[in-house]
Write a protein that binds this ligand. Structure first.
Ligand code: TPP
Length: 358
C-alpha cells in the first residue's frame, strides 16, 4: 500500500487531529500514540473505551469543547482528521467536526470506516498498529502551536472541573467523582449506556483499568449480561457501573450460576432515565413524562434472590464508607445501589458545564 501521497499531505499540515474511539487495550498502539504526540502539530483525542492514555492526550472531549467561543471553534478545526477505533461517544466532537469539517478525514481499520463526520475521504484498510508502523517512516514532525494551545485549555478545564466536583451537592456527577476514584487498580471496568458512559468521559480514569461499553446502537439492554460474561473470563475484578433502568431491564442476567465472587455492580439509581432530563428536547417540549420512567424499585430483593451482598448509599458520607468495604474479598458478588436526586442531577450537570467557561 502506498502511503506516500497521504504522508505528503500530513507533512505539509500544521493542524492534525487523531481521534481514537473504542479500542481493545493494546500496548503497541499506546506506544505509537505516545510517539505521535511528540509532534507539536498533532492533537490526540481519546475516549475512555479507547484504552490508551497520556498526559498529552485530550481525554475529556466534551469538557474541552462545551465552552468554546467562536475563535476557538476555528482554532480547533483540523486540516487532517485521522480516526481509529470504533464509534465515538462524544456528541460535542460530532457536532463540531460536522459543522467545521476537516479538509481531509481518513479512517484506519481493517474492516469498517465510519463516516461519522460526513466527510470521509479515505479508508486505510489495515490495523492502526500496522498503519503507524509504516506511516512513521514517512511522517515528520511539523512546527506548530496546535497541540500546546489545547493543552493549556485542558489544564484550565481540569482546574475548573476539580473546583466544581469537590464542592457540588450529592448528585450523579458527585457519585461518579467518588466511584471512579475508588475502583481498584487493574480492574476491568464495564460501563452501561447512556449517561453512565457520558459521565465517565468527564473524568480522568485510573490508567490501569481496562474499559469497555456496548456501543453501536447504544442499547440499555444486555449491559449486565455483557459485564457478567466478561467477568467470567478474566481473573481480575470486574466492576460494572449501570443506570437503574438499564439494570432492571436486564436483571435476568443475574440468574447465572457462574458469576465470580469478585464481580461488583454499582447501580446509580436516579429514579428513571436521567439522560432524558439532560438532553435537549424532552424537558423543553414538556414531553419529559413520555421519556423518563419514574419508579420506586430497588435492587434489594434481586440481591437476596440471586445471592449478591447488597450495599446502599444516598449521601456522600454513606457512599465513602460503603466504598471502603465494597471491594473487599467476599463469599458472594456484591451490588452497591446509590440513590441520587432525580430532579437535581441535570441542574447540577448543567451548572458544571457552565462553570467550565473562562
Ligand atoms: C433497548 C433500548 N431501549 C430504549 C433505549 C432508549 N434509552 C436510552 S437511555 C434510556 C434510559 C436509561 O436509563 P438508566 O439506565 O436509568 O440510565 P441513566 O440515563 O439514568 O443513566 C433509554 C430508555 C435504548 N437506548 N435501548
Amino acid at each position: 500500500m502506498s502511503f506516500k501521497k497521504y504522508a505528503d499531505i500530513w507533512n505539509a499540515s500544521s493542524k492534525k487531529m487523531v481521534l481514537v474511539g473504542e479500542h481493545f487495550p493494546d500496548e503497541l498502539l499506546q506506544t505509537q500514540l505516545e510517539h505521535l504526540v511528540k509532534d507539536p502539530s498533532v492533537l490526540v483525542l481519546i475516549e475512555n473505551a479507547a484504552n490508551v492514555s497520556h498526559p498529552k492526550f485530550i481525554n475529556c472531549i466534551d469538557k474541552l469543547i462545551f465552552p468554546f467561543i467562536q475563535k476557538e471553534v476555528k482554532e480547533f478545526r483540523p486540516d487532517i482528521l485521522l480516526s481509529l477505533g470504533g464509534l465515538i461517544v462524544s456528541k460535542k466532537i460530532k457536532e463540531q467536526l460536522r459543522k467545521n469539517q476537516p479538509k481531509h478525514h481518513w479512517h484506519v481499520d481493517v474492516i469498517k470506516a465510519f463516516d461519522t463526520f460526513h466527510c470521509l475521504e479515505h479508508h486505510f484498510k489495515v490495523s492502526p498498529k500496522l498503519f503507524f508502523s509504516q506511516f512513521f517512516f514517512l511522517a515528520n514532525p511539523v512546527e506548530s502551536d496546535y497541540q500546546q494551545f489545547w493543552m493549556h485549555k485542558k489544564a484550565f478545564r481540569m482546574m475548573k472541573h476539580q473546583e466544581f466536583v469537590t464542592n457540588c451537592d450529592f448528585s450523579d456527577l458527585k457519585v461518579f467523582n467518588l466511584i471512579l476514584a475508588s475502583i481498584p487498580n487493574n480492574s476491568q471496568l464495564q460501563l452501561g449506556n447512556s449517561s453512565v458512559i457520558r459521565y465517565t468521559q468527564l473524568f480522568d480514569i485510573n490508567k490501569s483499568l481496562r474499559v469497555f461499553c456496548n456501543r453501536g446502537t447504544s442499547g440499555i439492554e444486555g449491559s449486565t449480561s455483557t459485564a457478567i460474561g466478561a467477568a467470567c473470563v478474566v481473573k481480575e475484578n470486574t466492576v460494572f457501573i449501570t443506570g437503574d433502568i438499564s439494570f432492571f431491564y436486564d436483571s435476568n442476567a443475574l440468574w447465572n450460576n457462574y458469576i465470580p465472587k469478585n464481580f461488583r455492580i454499582i447501580v446509580v439509581n436516579n429514579g428513571g432515565g436521567g439522560i432524558f432530563r439532560f438532553i435537549p428536547g424532552p424537558k423543553q417540549s414538556n414531553a419529559l413524562d413520555y421519556f423518563e420512567t419514574p419508579h420506586c424499585l430497588t435492587a434489594e430483593h434481586l440481591c437476596k434472590m440471586y445471592n449478591f451482598e447488597y450495599y446502599t448509599a444516598s449521601n456522600e458520607d454513606d457512599l465513602s464508607k460503603q466504598l471502603l468495604k465494597f471491594y473487599k474479598e467476599s463469599k458472594y458478588p456484591k451490588l452497591l445501589e446509590i440513590f441520587t436526586p432525580r430532579e437535581e442531577n441535570d441542574l447540577i450537570l448543567k451548572a458544571y458545564f457552565n462553570n467550565l467557561k473562562e
